[in-house]
Design a protein around this ligand. Structure first.
Ligand SMILES: [Zn+2]
Length: 321
């Protein structure tokens, strides 16, 4: 017998499906995981299967799916998913028929932003912009208490904000996108530049990857920076600087009171956030004459997408609360 306050949140990524039973306070009561199959049919079966894996408490509970892809305004169809076998996939409708209950599909970063705004680092703010710094840069925004999807459902692609005219080529087909300077791939590119230059200050970085640039991982840079290695500290500071540049641009347009910074690279904490705060303060238009948003680390980690998807399923609207 399902509890009326419970919802199922499912976070579907390129490698893993994480599902949880989420209560009305945004707490995950029970969670399960499956691998993401590459085959379209098998993927659907795996997603539907996680709901059964959650046991009898999940029976009848509304289902929210956070999907790593472009989701149509109908909040059911995945238009395109770069790392999943979905092209114009009517995921929500198919799942709803299969599970005999309401299903809402949301972009995973939007779902995560919703969770951070409602239950995480953005609590107490009505205008929250979440920026996820992983391999690339993504995010979502909750303005005036509502999740903003845009006119075509694909708003908040922050990583592709142009910050450098004719800059580094981006996978989106443009040049100089924010994620080419503030994302994890940028961190590794800059570290590679240092290593290839063979400078003595890069000795610890070089040791961390056995001298093979391609083997260097972002987490190793963070670990070295935490130990005080100057080159690693400087690499994160440079990334933080670029983060601040983009945040100042977002503040000029959206005027949130709170930026929540999440994603794997944000595990570096103040090593990334303090340089970001410094540049943000310097670059904010009319900086001295206006109140500035706070920059805070995300609180919900990898659970954010699951929690947000579940909560959106319960609310079935995002703005209806
Ligand atoms: Zn781009």
């Amino acid at each position: 017998m399902g509890d009326v306050g419970l919802a199922v949140g499912i976070d579907v990524g390129g490698t893993k499906i994480a599902a949880g039973l989420v209560n009305g306070d945004g707490r995950v009561l029970h969670r399960v995981r499956r691998d993401s199959p590459h085959d379209r049919e098998a993927l659907f079966e795996a997603i539907a299967g996680t709901v059964g894996d959650l046991g009898p408490d999940a029976a009848g509970a509304p289902v929210g799916v956070g999907a790593a892809g472009f989701v149509d305004l109908d909040r059911s169809t995945v238009l395109f998913a770069p790392n999943l076998p979905w092209r114009a996939e009517p995921l929500g409708a198919t799942l709803a028929a299969r599970l005999d209950r309401s299903v809402v599909v949301e972009n995973d970063a939007n779902a995560a932003a919703w969770a951070e705004a409602r239950f995480g680092a953005g609590v107490g703010h009505r205008d929250v912009v979440c920026v996820t710094v992983g391999t690339g840069v993504g995010g979502g925004m909750v303005l005036d208490g509502q999740l903003v999807r845009g006119g075509f459902g694909v708003a908040a692609e922050f990583g592709h904000l142009p910050v450098v005219p004719d800059g580094v080529a981006c996978g989106c087909g443009q040049y100089g996108c924010w994620e080419q300077y503030a994302g994890g791939r940028a961190l590794l590119r800059r570290a590679g530049d240092l290593l290839r230059a063979g400078l003595p200050e890069a000795a610890a970085l070089s040791a961390a990857c056995g001298g093979v640039v391609e083997q260097l991982e972002g987490s190793a840079i963070t670990a070295l920076a935490e130990q005080g290695d100057p080159a690693a500290v400087e690499l994160l500071a440079e990334l933080g600087h670029w983060l601040g540049v983009g945040l100042a641009g977002l503040a000029a347009v959206l005027d949130p009171t709170c930026f929540v910074i999440g994603g794997g690279v944000a595990d570096a904490g103040d090593l990334l956030l303090q340089p970001a705060r410094r540049t943000f303060a310097r670059r904010l238009p009319a900086g001295g004459a206006r109140r500035a948003a706070v920059l805070v680390p995300a609180l919900l980690g990898n659970d954010a997408g699951m929690i947000g998807a579940g909560d959106l399923a319960r609310g079935m609207g995002g703005g209806a609360r």
